[in-house]
Design a protein around this ligand. Structure first.
Ligand code: FAD
Length: 397
């Protein structure tokens, strides 16, 4: 080792969810571990996650909750370090948490609890964390030694772990370093796109729906591949809310999505039954019992909503049902990485070991967390992937 090299067995780039988990596990095995991050504090995304309460995992986790070009890849890691293992760690630190819809687990108090727990575990495992550290170059020579030049000096670790996350939220220190390193070492990268991200609208929809900002409705949102039953939220920029974020990860530019605003109701039967008993009631009065008035008006138009039920023909009722239950909307685009929670695509799983996350091309090189082509649904799955993949690498680095 050259005299100027800073001693470490394992060098991890990225001091957030996956990097810290990997560091803890490797440190417990007695390895000398250094974690580098260019941010001025560790775990920035943990702190901003789940609206500040960190949806740290889910009670039910399976490969079906993830998107990847190799849907089987995540199974091994998820089964070796499960949501129950992470919950046990949270319990050990007596962090209060609660369960929300769809098995999502959130801190009662703050995401800071999760970060504090990870940093405490790092301390116990004698991990060195350097912040404000900039990576200048990364190489591996013919003696199979990595040389990582940084603003703090040079490291020559036996194992190099890339835990730099995706491209989402650049102002939170996201960078493409992980993808660049993968490419440098000959890895294939699946093209990256923003996932779990709000939609923007085409100009005519933006105008038509402008007054709906702030309205949330429980819906069934679908496309040809998948469906999600959750809330949608109208915003001044477009469409958001959990159902929209979920489907955005399955959306390709130019596609339409289908929104069923009344998934529980047979609308034609409902209208017919009410027409028989409340013939003079106006459509808007009836529908405002099940949907916000402003939304009904925007979708059906003033002429239709002002009609008394007795004026509605079968054809009218079918058309109303179509507009409310098969609302086809073609988003203008997404808000992109600026607001996306995750990045789809990334380092090709077929070139990594599913058991250890080690590169099949370069011995001693590992990729963990979001930089890998494994993207979870909304609901704590992305953190679970970070914990599981970080834990697996931590057993062997
Ligand atoms: C607003 C928001 C809310 C979210 N909420 C949730 C949630 O509640 N539940 C959930 O499961 N998931 C959530 N996610 C997703 C989750 O935060 C990520 O999937 C997870 O943090 C990925 O962990 P990671 O360790 O792979 O990467 P990251 O957490 O992104 O960490 C990467 C680290 O690498 C560092 N880094 C990057 N580039 C460089 C470089 N060039 N040099 C040095 N260091 C570098 C970064 O500073 C960062 O510390 C949310 C994401 C966002 C943006």
């Amino acid at each position: 080792m050259p005299p100027e090299a800073i001693a470490t067995d394992v060098l991890i780039i990225g001091a957030s969810a996956s990097g810290l988990m990997c560091a803890i596990e490797a440190g417990k095995r007695g390895r000398r571990v250094t974690v580098l991050d260019h941010a001025n504090r560790p775990g920035k995304k943990i702190l901003m996650s789940g609206g500040g309460r960190c949806n740290f995992t889910n009670t039910e986790v399976s490969a079906d909750n993830f998107i990847s070009h190799n849907p089987h890849f995540c199974k091994s890691a998820l089964s070796r370090y499960t949501q129950r293992d992470f919950i046990a760690l949270v319990d050990k630190y007596r962090i209060p948490y609660h369960e929300r819809d769809h098995g999502r687990l959130f801190c009662d108090n703050s995401a800071k609890d999760i970060l504090r727990m990870l940093l405490e575990e790092c301390k116990k495992a004698h991990i060195t964390i350097h912040l404000d550290c900039h990576i200048q170059s990364l190489d591996k020579d013919e003696h199979k030694t990595f040389t990582v030049r940084t603003s703090l000096g040079t490291f020559q670790p036996g194992s190099l772990v890339i835990a730099t996350g995706g491209l989402s939220i650049p102002r939170m220190c996201a960078s493409p370093l992980g993808y660049k390193v993968a490419e440098q070492f000959g890895h294939h990268i699946w093209p990256t796109t923003a996932g779990l991200v709000p939609f923007t609208l085409q100009p005519h929809d933006k105008e038509r729906l402008a007054d709906l900002s702030g309205i949330a409705v429980a819906c069934l949102v679908s496309n040809a591949r998948i469906q999600f039953r959750e809330n949608i939220l109208f915003t001044h920029r477009g469409l958001s809310g959990p159902a929209i974020l979920q489907i955005s990860s399955y959306w390709k530019a130019g596609e339409t999505i289908n929104i069923n605003l009344l998934p529980e109701l047979d609308v034609v039967d409902f209208l017919k039954a009410r027409r028989a008993t409340q013939a003079n009631t106006r459509l808007k009065t009836l529908l405002s019992r099940v949907l916000p008035k402003r939304l009904i008006l925007a979708l059906l138009g003033e002429d239709t909503v002002d009609k008394p039920l007795q004026e509605l023909s079968q054809r009218h009722m079918e058309e109303i049902a179509r507009l409310l239950q098969h609302w086809e909307i073609k988003p203008g685009g997404t808000e992109g990485y600026r607001t996306a929670e995750v990045t789809l695509g990334g380092v090709d799983c077929n070139e990594l070991s599913s058991r250890t996350m080690e590169s099949s091309k370069v011995e001693g090189l590992y990729f963990i967390g979001e930089v890998v082509d494994v993207t979870g649904w909304l609901g704590g799955y992305n953190f679970q992937w970070a914990w599981s993949s970080g834990w697996c690498a931590g057993q062997v680095v």
